[in-house]
Design a protein around this ligand. Structure first.
Ligand SMILES: Cc1cc2nc3c(=O)[nH]c(=O)nc-3n(C[C@H](O)[C@H](O)[C@H](O)COP(=O)(O)OP(=O)(O)OC[C@H]3O[C@@H](n4cnc5c(N)ncnc54)[C@H](O)[C@@H]3O)c2cc1C
Length: 352
């Protein structure tokens, strides 16, 4: 049967899910194609929204705008789906070195909004923390897998979802529309993570994919309302499990878990965590990072039927709700895209 929609979305990771949510909210017709055999970065993400970043503990890009937007959006989504997916979870910083402690103390007194003091004795039953303890407020933890699964069920029950592999070779580009199999759409929006690196229209964008791994562990007795950070992070996962990671590998041959990562994490856990634990899983994925650390959002400069929302890098949880909404405003109302995120900045290389 022939189907006609305004937008065809490719990929149901965080970005594709949010793209569909924005379309749904606006009452605009769409279908989404997702290849369930391809592992998404979203499914291994620890689901953290953290307003500060890096060893220098500086504020994350656009966080004053992005954070309230994301919290409101995830809260709206959880109400719509009647599930619990977002939780405020302060970061307990168990300083890994004297230098990190000094960095934290410096930031506490210089342009600090999110850093807080912590009672160090509260954490000594659980962790070795010889360099002291600090904290970050206004952090959030998301149950990304619950969100993706429940949103997929919604998409299926409303006849939006197609479990299939999308291949650009099967697309017929017509004037002002596209045809893919039995679907005609005005535009395709690529939300397919690192797969866009193979897309003939978007492959020249400066993607620089980054592999990350995590152990999933069981730690009886460790409070699961916080995120714990030392050289590694221990983050609530689901039920009584915790996510432990990560690494940032720029050179890799596949997306599989490695024994070297596992050994490194075990070594860190032995030094850092005082409670007994059990490893129950080891996961890995590839982040759609890029050399500029800014999203790729917008319409192809010479193929107006093709748009992209990608390049969320290490921050897909916080950036996806905001930039999918911005892209839709741009497509529907001609609103300006953030110049730092707009792919207009790559116009000349995209036209090649
Ligand atoms: C270990 C790790 C930890 C992370 N932790 C965090 C964190 O705590 N906080 C945070 O904000 N970010 C985190 N990230 C980054 C975050 O996961 C990404 O920014 C985000 O998931 C990117 O979402 P996406 O939708 O662009 O891509 P993806 O999640 O990769 O989704 C792409 C989708 O496209 C589909 N697809 C691909 N090709 C095709 C095709 N040809 N046909 C049909 N479907 C296709 C795939 O099946 C997939 O579902 C982490 C990443 C990793 C790897």
């Amino acid at each position: 049967m022939q189907a006609q929609v305004k937008y065809l979305i490719i990929g149901q990771g965080l970005v594709g899910s949010w793209m569909c949510y924005q379309l749904d909210k606006a009452g605009i017709s769409y279908k989404i194609v997702n290849d369930e055999t391809i592992q998404s970065a979203s499914s291994v993400s620890s689901g953290v929204i953290n307003p500060v970043t890096g060893r220098r503990i500086v504020q994350t890009w656009m966080i004053e705008t992005i954070l309230p937007y994301a919290v409101k959006a995830y809260t709206e989504l959880q109400e719509k789906l009647n599930i619990h997916i977002i939780q405020e979870a302060p970061v307990i910083l168990l300083h890994p070195s004297e230098q990190m402690k000094e960095s934290f103390n410096y930031r506490m007194t210089h342009e600090n909004i999110y850093l807080i003091q912590q009672d160090p004795t509260a954490w000594t039953p659980y962790f070795n923390a010889q360099y002291g303890v600090g904290g970050i407020s206004e952090c959030y933890w998301l149950d990304v897998n619950k969100m993706l699964a429940t949103w997929k069920a919604f998409l299926i029950s409303n006849d939006h979802y197609i479990n299939a592999h999308f291949n650009m070779n099967e697309v017929v580009l017509l004037e002002n529309k596209v045809q893919w199999k039995n679907i005609t759409a005005e535009k395709i929006i690529f939300c397919d993570g690192i797969a866009s690196m193979q897309n003939p229209y978007f492959k020249t964008l400066p993607f620089a994919p980054n592999k990350g791994e995590a152990l999933i562990i069981k730690v009886p007795g460790l409070p699961n309302q916080n995120i714990y950070k030392n050289n590694i992070s221990i983050i609530p996962w689901k039920d009584d499990l915790f996510w432990v990671g990560s690494n940032y590998e720029w050179t890799f041959s596949d997306s599989l878990p490695t024994s070297s990562f596992k050994e490194k994490m075990v070594e860190s856990l032995e030094q850092f965590l005082k409670l007994p634990y059990e490893i129950v899983d080891h996961i890995a994925g590839i982040r759609p990072t890029n050399t500029q650390r800014r999203p790729f959002v917008g319409v192809h400069p010479s193929q107006a039927q093709l748009a992209i929302c990608n390049g969320m890098g290490t921050k897909g949880c916080s950036l996806a709700p905001y930039f999918t909404a911005q892209l839709l405003e741009h497509l529907e109302k001609g609103a300006m895209l953030d110049p730092e995120a707009s792919i207009e900045r790559f116009s000349s290389i995209l036209k090649k």
